[in-house]
Design a binder for this molecule. Sequence first.
Ligand code: NAD
Length: 264
Amino acid sequence: ASGLLKGKRGLILGVANNRSIAYGIAKSARDHGAEIALTFQGEALKKRVEPLAAELGGHLVGHCDVTEPATLDAVFAETEKLFGTIDFVVHCIAFSNKDELDGRYVDTSADNFTKTMFISCYSFTAVAQRAEKLMPNGGSLLTLTYYGAEKWMPHYNVMGVAKAALEASVRYLAADLGPKAIRVNAISAGPIKTLAASGIGDFRYILKWNELNSPLRRTVTTDEVGDTGVYLLSDLSRGVTGEVHHVDAGYHIVGMKHPDAPDL
Ligand code: NAD
């Protein structure tokens, strides 16, 4: 524990269970001294998130479903009651209908396009609007993206399009909030087996491909994403904003299959 986040308080959205990337970030943030508040999506997940909040010595600030803006208002009001002002918000939220995370992007329905964009992209802007009010002394906003925003990936489809929009929104939010010393960044994580990832077609193949072809010849863990999260939430990264930082064992630099990598 470095104490890098000592005295800092923040809200972390998107813990579903102990395999969630949000949990990895919450744990690293706590280990480095932060005081954290967590939300849960619905009563079913409350049962899972409650013990995790207790384990991390954190607070639960209520149900948050970004498709119900009143719940977002309520968790920010609760966070303000708890902390007064805050130093960071971490957004680890994405959703698309499972049947469209398979097959062809061209077949995306208007309904699911809108829903995916709203939950996976707009919600970060909705979070930023509310966070700004609780950050009179500046702060750090962090979201999670994936390489499928930059390059075509099998089955990622409309989620890739939503992540591209999310990465663009990181830049626009960074420009808007920079004068208030609020920094806005994203981590582009390599594939990790989580609840959300299990909705993506043939995810095991994607994991294996990354393991065989990334420069580090492995995939990454939520702990590793969490530790990079600490850097982006802490004053160590005070000169960094509008950035998409890859935590993917280097996979994003790879142009083609390594000749030494076995065939899949
Ligand atoms: P996860 O299933 O643990 O977390 C997804 C979270 O999104 C859940 O907590 C869920 O409750 C929340 N969520 C979905 N719809 C919501 C809504 N309407 N309102 C509020 N919350 C909602 O999976 P994860 O992989 O940890 O996902 C976290 C983030 O990381 C996502 O943005 C995901 O796209 C991103 N990401 C994941 C990977 C990966 O391989 N797992 C890679 C890169 C980026």
